[in-house]
Each structure stands twice: as structure tokens, then as C-alpha cells.
Design a protein. Structure first.
Lengths: 361, 290
């Protein structure tokens, strides 16, 4: 990976408020990179320091090897799709898309027109050029914003929660379209989102942020299967946490899990070094299952009582109380043929496997 | 009947607007109608001859003094409008873009302070400032910049323009300020993001989006200045009199109410025509901005 954007020790203060803390990042050429985190964690601030709308309090931002300190937004090789889309209401769709072409003296009117048409074509808005911008739907505005930015062939496209204003169907459709578009143009995309599913689906790599800091930077599968700490594990998907005592932290790692007993796991399941003593393990709900009557398993079993049932149609989520485990275990079951939905209070058996554990500090 | 009126939404609306409607009819439509009627009558020494005639309008068309006065009024109003809007825009821009949000209402409050004193007193204050022995002249003489007091700043058209521009400035600042406030700030960032400098962003985004406020300001200043009577009377001297002063002279000094009424109608029609053309020209251009 050749890094296109690097951030070294970037800090941002708003008065007393420390919005970005020691951010170190390298984002590659052609990468689809996401900044994920709860609202207020500093994602937009980080994006705006790359775009040039915010200066950094200290630290270094480079794009394409050039130090960006003191370079204003209009001179950076980045373009942005704003959260509100920021479509110019006094211009037509075509005029919006052509906005950034004014300074391109190498192009005549005809060539610019062709570029605009191609850009509108690319985002699926061919024939919309003459429309007034204020008469567009949310999804169409977003496409105009995309075309307006991509027509300038930036090195980096910055997207600030571009899908959050759309309804669910439209959002899923645009996720796929954005991924296809990114592969098509080959430009680096940096996406800001608070929606973990969106980040997991779309990105090559994801930086999970909490309170101005990067909690973990990894690809989607690593983030999901090997979260570095409880905060990341909690934010991405659902996770059961169990108390554990570490007996040996060598290979194999020897654990005493409260309620489940003694197991050994591989060091691969320990993302961050742990010491002998108290720790926690995480288990994803879909790696646990209930053993229904007539089914058998070679895996480990433990008795439990159904505490709560949430029926989703394709899935049923159970909370199952197990003796010795502090909180009920959250278990996701696919509703396949012949599998009944259990009632609250029913006795059941939980199937588990130490290979799906992850040991956290 | 009352029931029917209060039951429907339209009826309720009618009830709500009827007091101001009656008020407007009594104080606007009736006097206007009276003026219109008068303009077709003639003055016959002490009595008014009520036979219908266009003689007043004929006289206005034939005697050059009236046309010249109307022209001067339009010119002065145009100058006042341009000066006021040009001065008001930076003030509105500053308050909207460079004043912290919690301080904006304080600034607007300060801008309206001149209204705490009466219009007449403000006009007299300008007399004190611009007069032969006024603040400006004594100041410049004491500084040694001039030998003799400047005379082109009082009792002429310049003085009228300065005084009116100051009087109407807040009326221009407020609509422009509102239009600037309504501009989504992310549009300005988007423009810079797309490669434009701050200055080009102002020309390509801020200015066109503030046009509704500028148009409102132009109309608000232009329409009343044409009919202004106090300022030209006090500041204009002989050469700075406007159409309103002539109307007053006809009604009172010359005791020719019908001719005064006809002049008033002609002035009103000119203002309406010019404003209408201005609004129509802007309509196409302002489409979609609000
Ligand atoms: N201009 C600013 N002045 C003061 N504080 C700000 C400013 N911009 C953002 N912040 C603060 O910085 C924090 C991070 O904001 P932001 O980057 O917008 O979060 P996110 O996009 O992750 O929701 C927030 O607590 C916000 O209140
Ligand atoms: Mg944000």
C-alpha cells in the first residue's frame, strides 16, 4: 500500500475541548477507508482537517507527500460530499456539477458540457441537467453532490455521513452504488459514519474512534472477530462479556470462565497482551446456539433457562440465564424449518465453543 | 351567520383579517380614492369645481417644471437607494458573518438606535453636522485642510441624499441581514472545496443568494424616498426641492388641491411602474432562491 494521506500526531483543541488526540493514520491510494464511531467522537473534525476546513492544533497532515499545513481547502486535492449535500439552490443541476470547472481554462464550453453529462451519467442522473436543484429528492441531491465532486477527479473524496439522511431501502442501494463507483473511478474514499453495518459492508479498512482517539484500525473481519478492547467489541455488533481468570497467558492460553469452566484457547484469540489474573472474554451471539430436542452436537453444552425472547422473523434472539454467568447470554438463532420458538421460562441447553472466544483486557 | 363564519377555516381567516382590513380600507383606500377624485376636478378660486376634466394632467404634461421635479425626485431616490444599499450590505454582512451568534441581536439593537429619536430631530442633526458653521466645516478648518467652509454639503441635492441614506439605512440592513442569515454556511464551504477562493465564493454564492434581501432593501428604500417631504424641505435649499414639496405647495400655499392631487397620482404611478419593472426583472432571476 502506498500511503496517499498520512496523519502524524494530529491534535485538535476547541478552547478547552480536546477534539482530536494523537491521531496517527495512513490511508492508501485507491482505498475505501471509513471513520466509524459514536456521535461526537470527532469523525467530522478529522475529516475537516483533511479537507482543510479546520487547522490542526499540532501534528502533521500530508496528502501525496505534501505537507498540508497552511494550504486552504480550495487548493487541496480533496473534494467533499457534505452531510447536508450543500447543493447550490440558485443553480441548476448541470450548473452545480460544473461549479468547480470554472478555472479549467484548458476546456472549452463544449468539453465542459460533455464532462458534466458524463458525470451525471455516472451517478445515474442523465437528463437531469436542466432541473432546478431545489426540486430534487434526497437521493438525487446526493448524486449531484457526488457528480460535482468526482468531476474534478480529486485524489481523495471525503464523505461525511452521506447516507444518514436517506431511508433504509435507499441507503442500502446507495451503499452498493458507492462501492461500485469507488471501484470504477479508483479514487481514495474516506467515509464518515456512525453506522457500524455501513462501515463493515463498504470499507477496506475502518478506524473506530472514541472521544477523539482511534480505538482500533483494521479491516472489517478483524474488527468484528478480534476487537482489541471491550469498547470496540461493544460498539461493533453485539457481544456477550463473561468474567474470566487467566491461569496462563502462554501458548495455549489457559482460562477459567465463570459459569462455563476451564478451557484453553490459542494466542490468536488474544488481540492485546494480557496478564495472569482477572480479564473478560467476549462471545458473539451467533456463535452460540440452543440445542433443540432431537438435535445432537460434539461441542460443549451447558444448561440454561430462557429469560427473554425477541422474534425478528428470520432470526430469534434469546436471552438465556446460565448458572454462574452474571448476565443472561444473548443468543441468535436462525429460524430454520422445524425449529420452534421457545417460551420464556423454558429449560434449554446452550451449545458453545471456545474457538469463538476472544480474550480482552 | 356568525356560526357559519366561525365554523369554517376560511371564515375564521376572514374574521382574523377583517379588523386590519377595515382599518386599511378606511385609512388607505378611501383617502386614495378621494385624491383620485380630486385630481379630475379643478380649483375655482375658493371653491372646487366638480366637473370631470383632465386639465390638471394636461398642465402637468405641458409645464416643464413638474416633469423636471419628478425627474429630480426619481434621480435622488435612485441615488439614495444605491448609496443606502451599498453602505448597508457590508454592515449586514459583518453582523451576519463576523459577529458571534449570541451577540447578533445586540448588534441589531444598536443598529436601530437612531430610531429612538424622531425623524425630524435626526434631520436637524444632519443640519448641525453639514452646516456652514457645522461640525464638518469647523473640523476641517481647524485641521487646516480648508480655508473657507464647504458649501456643497448643505442646502442642495447632496445634503438630501446623505440625510435620506442615513435615515433609511436600518431598513436596508435588516432585510439584507435576514437573507444572509438564511444562507446555509456549508454552501460556502462547498464552494471553497470545489476550488473557489473566499472572494469568488462571495461573488458566486453569497451575493446571488442574498439578492432577495437586496431587492427587498431597494424597494423599501426607493418607494418612500420618492415621496419624502421633510428632508428636501429642510436640507434641500432652493435647488434640492422634490416632487413632494411641490405637492405640499399646491395643497397649502397655492390652495390648488386638485392639481396637487393630480401630481400625487402621477408620482405614485411612476413609482409603481418603476417598482413593478424592477420586481419583474428580478423575478426570473430570483427563481428558486428563498
Ligand atoms: N467549531 C467547534 N467549536 C467547538 N467545539 C466543536 C466544534 N466543532 C466540533 N466541536 C466538538 O468536537 C466534538 C466532535 O465533533 P464532531 O467531529 O462533529 O463529531 P462527530 O462527527 O464524530 O459526531 C463534539 O463534541 C463537538 O461538540
Ligand atoms: Mg459528524
Amino acid at each position: 500500500m502506498t500511503p496517499l494521506i498520512t496523519l502524524k500526531g494530529v491534535n485538535k483543541h476547541y478552547g478547552d475541548y480536546h477534539a482530536l488526540r494523537d491521531i496517527d493514520l495512513e490511508i492508501g491510494e485507491g482505498e475505501f477507508f471509513s471513520l466509524l464511531g459514536p456521535s461526537g467522537c470527532g469523525k467530522t473534525t478529522l475529516l475537516r482537517t483533511i479537507a482543510g476546513f479546520e487547522s490542526v492544533s499540532n501534528g502533521l497532515v500530508t496528502i501525496g507527500g505534501k505537507d498540508m499545513a497552511g494550504v486552504p481547502a480550495n487548493l487541496r486535492p480533496t473534494n467533499m460530499v457534505f452531510q447536508s449535500y450543500a447543493i447550490f439552490p440558485h443553480l441548476s443541476v448541470a450548473e452545480n456539477v460544473a461549479f468547480g470547472l470554472r478555472k479549467r481554462s484548458d476546456l472549452d464550453t463544449k468539453a465542459k458540457q460533455t464532462l458534466v453529462e458524463d458525470a451525471l451519467d455516472m451517478v445515474g442522473l442523465d437528463g437531469y441537467g436542466k432541473r432546478a436543484a431545489h426540486a430534487l429528492s434526497g437521493g438525487q441531491r446526493q448524486r449531484v453532490a457526488l457528480a460535482r465532486a468526482l468531476i474534478l477527479k480529486p485524489k481523495v473524496l471525503l464523505l461525511d455521513e452521506p447516507l444518514s439522511a436517506l431511508d433504509k431501502k435507499m441507503r442500502e442501494q446507495m451503499q452498493v452504488e458507492l462501492m461500485r463507483l469507488q471501484r470504477h473511478v479508483g479514487i481514495t474514499f474516506i467515509l464518515v459514519t456512525h453506522d457500524q453495518e455501513e462501515a463493515l459492508v463498504m470499507s477496506d479498512r475502518i478506524a473506530v474512534m472514541f472521544e477523539g482517539r482511534i480505538g482500533q484500525l483494521a479491516d472489517a473481519e478483524t474488527l468484528y472477530r478480534r476487537p482489541r478492547n471491550r469498547q470496540v467489541a461493544d460498539f461493533i455488533g453485539k457481544m456477550n462479556f463473561l468474567d474470566v481468570v487467566v491461569r496462563s497467558s502462554n501458548d495455549p492460553v489457559d482460562l477459567e470462565i465463570s459459569g462455563l469452566g476451564r478451557v484453553t484457547i490459542s494466542p490468536d484469540q488474544v488481540p492485546e497482551p494480557v496478564t495472569i489474573g482477572k480479564a473478560i472474554v467476549g462471545i458473539r451471539p451467533e456463535t452460540l446456539s440452543l440445542l433443540f430436542d432431537g438435535e445432537t452436537t460434539d461441542l460443549r453444552l451447558i444448561d440454561g433457562v430462557v429469560d427473554e425472547v425477541v422474534y425478528y422473523g428470520d432470526m430469534t434472539y434469546y436471552d438465556v440465564r446460565v448458572q454462574g454467568v452474571e448476565k443472561p447470554l444473548n443468543i441468535a438463532m436462525k429460524n430454520v424449518i422445524g425449529r420452534p420458538v421457545l417460551d420464556v421460562g423454558a429449560a434449554t441447553r446452550v451449545v458453545w465453543d471456545e474457538r469463538s472466544l476472544v480474550l480482552l483486557n | 351567520m356568525w356560526r357559519r363564519l366561525t365554523a369554517t377555516e376560511g371564515g375564521q381567516g376572514l374574521l382574523m383579517v377583517s379588523p386590519p382590513l377595515i382599518y386599511a380600507l378606511a385609512l388607505l383606500a378611501v383617502p386614495l380614492g378621494a385624491i383620485l377624485l380630486f385630481s379630475f376636478w379643478t380649483q375655482d378660486f375658493m371653491a372646487v369645481d366638480t366637473t370631470f376634466t383632465l386639465n390638471n394632467y394636461r398642465e402637468i404634461a405641458e409645464k416643464p417644471i413638474y416633469g423636471a421635479l419628478l425627474q429630480r425626485s426619481l434621480f435622488v431616490a435612485g441615488c439614495v437607494t444605491i448609496v443606502t444599499v451599498i453602505v448597508a450590505f457590508p454592515v449586514a454582512y459583518f453582523v451576519s458573518f463576523h459577529v458571534r451568534p449570541e451577540r447578533k441581536s445586540l448588534w441589531l439593537f444598536l443598529i436601530t438606535i437612531p430610531f429612538w429619536t424622531s425623524y425630524l430631530i435626526r434631520v436637524f442633526l444632519w443640519k448641525v453636522i453639514l452646516g456652514y458653521n457645522g461640525v464638518i466645516n469647523t473640523g476641517l478648518i481647524n485641521l487646516g485642510l480648508i480655508e473657507e467652509p464647504l458649501t456643497f454639503i448643505l442646502y442642495n441635492v447632496n445634503a438630501v441624499i446623505i440625510t435620506l441614506a442615513h435615515a433609511f439605512a436600518p431598513f436596508a440592513i435588516l432585510p439584507i441581514f435576514v437573507a444572509l442569515e438564511k444562507i446555509d454556511r456549508s454552501l460556502l464551504e462547498a464552494s471553497q472545496d470545489l476550488g473557489e477562493s473566499k472572494f469568488m465564493t462571495f461573488l458566486r454564492v453569497t451575493l446571488p443568494l442574498s439578492m432577495p434581501g437586496v431587492v427587498a432593501a431597494v424597494l423599501i428604500v426607493f418607494i418612500p424616498t420618492i415621496g419624502d417631504y421633510v428632508t428636501p424641505e429642510l436640507m434641500g435649499g432652493a435647488g434640492g426641492k422634490l416632487i413632494a414639496n411641490m405637492i405640499q405647495t399646491q395643497f397649502l400655499a397655492l390652495n390648488n388641491a386638485p392639481l396637487g392631487a393630480a401630481l400625487a397620482i402621477v408620482a405614485m404611478l411612476s413609482v409603481s411602474a418603476i417598482s413593478l419593472v424592477f420586481v419583474l426583472l428580478n423575478r426570473r432571476w430570483l427563481k428558486g432562491r428563498s
